[in-house]
Design a protein around this ligand. Structure first.
Ligand code: HEC
Length: 134
């Protein structure tokens, strides 16, 4: 009887020690910063959903709306980096053909990151960048 009690006490202490060991990793549950790959994926998904009906969004596709410039060529007319502000404030809508958009900061970062990643130097390079392999 006494032996059994001692055994179970020992088992209990061991369990408590194990719990203490894992506790610190449970305590902090803040979400991690999105990785570059996740951000690229989000950016691609956002432009596919919001812009793809007019603009070519990839490395080789053709714009559905012939007046909308393919995204991979945007750097021929502007600094893609500067698009962020417009995406956040909705000021991209200077021209009437485009609907108004307003994106959250994290989405703006993702879209600009994605657009930057597809700006073509060579087509093959743009293509591999546009579809990050994770
Ligand atoms: C309904 C069709 C349509 C949609 C949807 C659309 N665009 Fe456009 N976009 C156009 C057209 C057409 C032009 C060319 C307008 C012009 O040159 O006057 C254009 C031009 C642009 C330009 C170039 C502007 C410039 O000053 O040269 C950028 C950047 C752009 N679009 C970004 C986007 C982004 C980002 C999205 C999605 C969030 C988007 N567009 C969605 C039709 C669209």
């Amino acid at each position: 009887m006494a032996a059994t009690l001692r055994q179970s006490l020992r088992a209990c202490a061991a369990a408590a020690a194990a719990l203490m060991a894992v506790a610190p990793s449970c305590a902090y549950a803040a979400p991690p910063e999105p990785s570059a790959a996740e951000s690229l994926r989000l950016g691609r998904a956002l432009v596919l959903r919001n812009c793809g009906m007019c603009h070519a969004i990839g490395a080789t596709d053709v714009s559905a709306n012939p007046q909308a410039p393919p995204f991979r060529n945007l750097n021929q007319r502007m600094d893609v980096e500067n698009l962020g502000e417009g995406l956040a404030t909705g000021i991209l809508t200077q021209h009437p053909a485009m609907p108004e958009f307003r994106f959250e900061p994290r989405e703006v970062v993702a879209i600009v990151r994605y657009l930057r990643s597809i700006q073509g130097r060579t087509r093959a390079e743009a293509e591999t960048r546009a579809t990050p392999s994770i």
